[in-house]
Write a protein that binds this ligand. Sequence first.
Ligand code: NAD
Ligand code: LMR
Length: 329
Amino acid sequence: MTRTPVNVTVTGAAGQIGYALLFRIASGHLLGADVPVKLRLLEIPQAVKAAEGTAMELDDCAFPLLQGIDIADDPNVAFDGANIALLVGARPRTKGMERGDLLEANGGIFKPQGKAINDHAADDIKVLVVGNPANTNARIAQAAAPDVPIERFTAMTRLDHNRAVTQLAKKTGVSVSDVKKLTIWGNHSATQYPDIFHAEVAGKNAAEAVNDEAWLADTFIPTVAKRGAAIIEARGASSAASAANAAIDHVHTWVNGTAAGDWTSMGIPSDGSYGVPEGIISSFPVTTKDGKYEIVQGLEINDFSRQRIDASVAELVEEREAVKGLGLI
Ligand code: NAD
Ligand code: LMR
């Protein structure tokens, strides 16, 4: 192996998403089958032993691409030289909790991690925040990293995107690979807006193919937006393997590009496009190429969509004000 390994830091490595994620990173699904990786695992001191156990299992897989595993309980060590950072470690929502309840509990984690990224990560660092409330946690980390270009901080809405793709494919009787150009707008929360008005199913406009606004408003949108809660209710624990899969998809697409004629959804710092206040980390339709993303411009937003985008963005503005009040940004 002659290529320089990519340093991938994963926080919350001993948690349930970490367990589903690390083996796929090490086997080449994050960056590609020819890209060697070094893993840096960050955990709180009480969970370092469990992370060591996971590292033993990673060793036992003899993954050819895995060039080393370091475990740390200090963010300054774990982010040193990081090229990719997956910020997963946070307290998950349990039954009956809304994401807002997590702001205070988890906000404190992301400020020091943002600072450690600012001070120690590699110049090409790309950050994905998975830990909830993901969009606002990403904003907190970004605010603590003034030397890192703002666009390197992203939040995960790919799980919502993937959920929406499957629901739409099922409704229209096509395969998931025939669904294109779907968009998740706004927050990774129950206010998110999965938009099918520009989506295509097997080459046809999805909204026209569905032709059922009641299904859209009363079934599709709530099913996608409340899927996290439905999984917690059913499993007694929040989504893990599907969340890890979405994290892999998010970074893989960011690094390797979107397919021609398609786009994806990413939570990214707004540049003011589509009336979303600048700086807020909100989900947009994006295309990616050469490790960079661009917001898909020029989409016509109808009244149905406008109302829903505005409601989710309003929630993000509220979250921003709440974390400002807590001194986190
Ligand atoms: P988990 O409780 O199984 O694991 C979390 C891990 O993070 C634990 O091992 C804990 O010790 C660790 N941790 C806590 N504080 C830390 C810190 N300061 N530094 C490093 N590690 C720390 O939780 P999980 O099920 O793996 O979920 C992780 C997060 O991902 C939760 O916030 C959950 O709500 C979120 N999530 C997001 C999405 C999404 O689509 N954005 C989807 C699913 C879950
Ligand atoms: C999900 O969408 O599955 C996660 O964000 C977990 C949650 O709290 O909903």
